[in-house]
Design a protein around this ligand. Structure first.
Ligand code: G3P
Length: 229
């Protein structure tokens, strides 16, 4: 990894995505629940608010906030793009990069990882398989988050349905960069899914729908947190 900044591991990273259930004040409420559960349970939880709510949420909760996406552009005459400088100014400590719902070119991923490190921001780069995870590790991001796209939003956890992709990603990424953090995601919904991920060597999980669309997000987060211990 290139950046010196760190977050406490193991970690649950909640991506609020662009769900109706996480827009505006609903997203802020979810972030506050994450912060409360983190303190109550003594666990590490980070949040990726909807982009337009990033500054509001980052200034309202005391847990690490990540942007969901940044563009590989310099600040200046750019319309509708999100720069690393602007997410830092908004209070984020880093960004997701190359989420399977927001893929980037390799050169752009490299640009973002390098620039983020120079700004002391963390990059969590999403990947879809072992080969891509290994290639991304060569770029020295803070973390690689492997997420098989076909399991996203299904409630069928990667750590249970496809343990090999988690185990092999951990092995290959750590072989390239022993300091790299490895997360896994897709379908993670309960504490057992989290503990299975940790047993496979992951440093945490990246998840969305299991919490964002839950009737009782606090109860789900409490259960997820139990899997970190
Ligand atoms: O970014 C997390 C994500 O893609 C996994 O989504 O809904 O399967 O937890 P979900």
């Amino acid at each position: 990894m290139k950046s010196g900044l760190k977050i406490e591991l193991p970690v649950i990273v909640l991506n609020e995505k662009a769900y109706v259930e996480s827009a505006g004040n609903k997203g802020l409420k979810l972030a506050k629940i994450c912060a409360e559960v983190a303190v109550e349970q003594g666990v590490s939880i980070a949040i990726c608010p909807q982009q337009v709510d990033l500054a509001k949420i980052a200034s309202s909760v005391d847990i690490p906030c990540f942007a969901q996406h940044v563009d590989a552009v310099e600040p200046g005459s750019q319309t509708g793009f999100v720069t690393l400088e602007s997410v830092k100014e908004a209070g984020a400590i880093g960004s997701l990069v190359n989420h399977s719902e927001h893929r980037l070119k390799v050169a752009d991923i490299d640009f973002i990882i390098t620039k983020a490190a120079s700004l002391n921001l963390l990059t969590i780069v999403c990947t879809n398989n072992i080969a891509v995870s290994t290639a991304v590790a060569e770029l020295k991001p803070y973390a690689v988050a492997v997420e098989p796209p076909e399991l996203i939003g299904t409630g069928r956890s990667v750590s249970k349905v496809d343990p090999a992709i988690v185990e092999d990603t951990v092995k290959e990424v750590k072989r390239v960069d022993g300091n790299s953090v490895v997360l896994c995601g897709a379908g993670v919904t309960n504490g057992e899914d989290v503990s299975a991920a940790l047993e496979l060597g992951a440093d945490g999980v990246l998840l969305a729908s299991g919490v964002v669309k839950a009737k009782d997000p606090r109860a789900v987060l409490m259960d997820l947190a139990s899997g970190l211990r």
